[in-house]
Design a protein around this ligand. Structure first.
Ligand SMILES: NC(=O)c1ccc[n+]([C@@H]2O[C@H](COP(=O)([O-])OP(=O)(O)OC[C@H]3O[C@@H](n4cnc5c(N)ncnc54)[C@H](O)[C@@H]3O)[C@@H](O)[C@H]2O)c1
Length: 374
């Protein structure tokens, strides 16, 4: 089995998820490329050292340049706040390294465009962390759509609501700043919705009219609890959408919806049936197709199992359920396969940039109140 040296930059939620995927992928998939955990980076040497021990890396640093320039590292994970993605990813791509970049691609469209240009000039492969398109249940839904099981797609409807910031007492964070994060719920979670939209409908969104709302304008400053900081990006966002292929729909996201933990829900309405999904029950889809007798009409629940993409590498029996970290491993598997066999991933920086264009258009449309063509 060949190896590939990997480096992870940023060791929060996503840095851990990438590291767990690197540790487990060869055991699960028997991949031809076994990741070697070379070097991990976080802002302080103390944190980086602790995370290297926790996550199993050989070395650590507090400078991302050390990771990118490390001769042993051929694949770089970018798991830092959004405004750092472009600089790190472009530097890695210039050295011909592959990049697993967390979503959104960056904090603004011009930076994402530069990332796209760098990826086109590089021999490195890219993938963006739109993991909800790697779930076996969602991959199966796409197969059903592609093979016409629900007829022609007529409508796509999707929301992603969470209560991460619902408590107004939660302090300000980089996610609430246009400078560090770009948009709010838009880049953080609507970006996932748009990736799912493009993936399932098989066409890109061509026209939007958006709306945004900041519910909690002031939050406690985490460095000085006596002061507040201004939230200048969206808590809630919605848009009506048209796709290139004529499908219509609507999308939305909120980071302040009490009770929703990972409320990514979507419906694909076809001319002959409907498929619905709820990420809080990520191991199932509900399928409606017409029956000969109306009395037996109804949605069927399909539980994921070894007949669905990726699943049997994890478990021999259906209904045992995969989780978020497993799906992240599926995402990595697609990237490792692409590196090994010189194939493409989805979404690479090219298809990821299509997502960014929609996010930017929804944001501009919400500010102008007008439909925007993409
Ligand atoms: N794919 C998903 O489902 C998903 C989920 C959550 C977050 N994300 C994305 O992942 C990225 C990171 O989010 P997170 O939730 O892991 O954030 P986090 O705050 O948990 O972790 C970020 C880490 O990066 C470190 N860091 C910040 N700047 C750095 C720098 N210049 N060099 C090195 N380390 C630095 C921080 O110290 C922290 O440890 C964001 O782009 C976010 O949008 C994706």
């Amino acid at each position: 089995m060949k190896g590939i040296g990997v480096g992870v930059i940023g060791t929060g939620f996503m840095g851990k998820a990438h590291s767990v995927a690197y540790s487990g992928s060869a055991s699960v998939f028997g991949t031809g490329l076994r990741p070697r955990l070379e070097i991990v980076c976080d802002l302080s040497p103390k944190r980086a050292s602790q995370r290297a021990t926790d996550l199993g890396f050989s070395r650590y640093t507090s400078s991302w340049q050390d990771v990118v320039n490390d001769p042993e590292v051929k694949l770089v994970s970018v798991c830092t706040p959004n405004d750092t993605h472009a600089e790190i990813a472009i530097a890695a791509l210039k050295l011909g390294k592959s990049v697993w970049c967390e979503k959104p691609m960056s904090s603004n469209l011009p930076d994402s465009k530069k990332m796209l240009a760098a990826s086109k000039k590089s021999k490195g492969k890219t993938i963006i962390g739109y993991n909800y398109t790697k779930n076996p249940a969602v991959l199966h839904a796409r197969e059903l759509i592609e093979t016409g099981v629900i007829g022609d797609v007529a409508g796509f409807f999707c929301r992603y609501d969470v209560d991460n910031e619902a408590d107004k007492k939660r302090p300000w964070s980089w996610r609430m700043s246009r400078k560090a994060s770009g948009t709010g719920a838009n880049g953080d979670i609507l970006s996932h919705v748009i990736s799912v939209a493009h993936f399932l409908v098989g066409s890109t969104i061509s026209k939007v009219v958006g709306d945004i709302n900041i519910v909690h304008l002031k939050r406690k400053d985490p460095t000085n609890r006596k002061q507040t900081k201004t939230v200048d990006n969206d808590d809630m966002i919605s848009a009506l959408i048209h796709f290139q292929n004529g499908v219509h729909g609507h999308i939305g996201a909120s980071r302040v919806t009490w009770g929703k933990k990972c409320g990514l829900t979507w419906e694909v309405h076809g001319t002959e049936g409907t498929i619905i999904f709820d990420q809080e029950r990520l191991n199932e889809i509900k399928l409606f197709t017409r029956q000969k007798k109306k009395s037996t009409d109804g949605f069927r629940t399909i539980l994921t199992g070894p007949d669905h993409p990726f699943y049997k590498s994890f478990l021999p029996n259906g209904g045992h359920s995969l989780g978020f970290m497993d799906v992240k491993m599926c995402e990595l598997q697609m990237l490792l396969f692409a590196i090994e066999h010189d194939t493409e991933t989805w979404p690479n920086f090219e298809s990821g940039y299509e997502v960014e264009k929609v996010m930017d258009a929804v944001d501009r449309s919400a500010l102008s109140g007008k439909w925007i063509k993409i």
